[in-house]
Design a protein around this ligand. Structure first.
Ligand code: SF4
Length: 63
């Protein structure tokens, strides 16, 4: 995604089982490799994390 990943658009590197296809490889965007998950992001499980991500997508969506 040479122009970046717009909010609300699925990353083309995301596999069908929701894993990063280029994890650990140099071409992985620095914004991805520098992200450090924190307890407030992950919460108590998957539903909390997905809600957090949805909030970020909304906050960064083009208007
Ligand atoms: S870590 Fe980055 S490159 Fe990998 S799937 Fe997620 S957004 Fe895409």
């Amino acid at each position: 995604m040479p122009n970046g990943k717009p909010a609300g658009v699925r990353c083309i590197q995301l596999t069908d089982d929701n894993r990063c296809a280029i994890f650990g490889r140099p071409e992985r965007p620095s914004v991805c490799s520098s992200l450090r998950a924190e307890p407030m992001m992950c919460g108590t499980g998957r539903m909390h994390a997905l809600a957090w991500l949805a909030q970020l997508e909304t906050a960064t969506a083009s208007r």
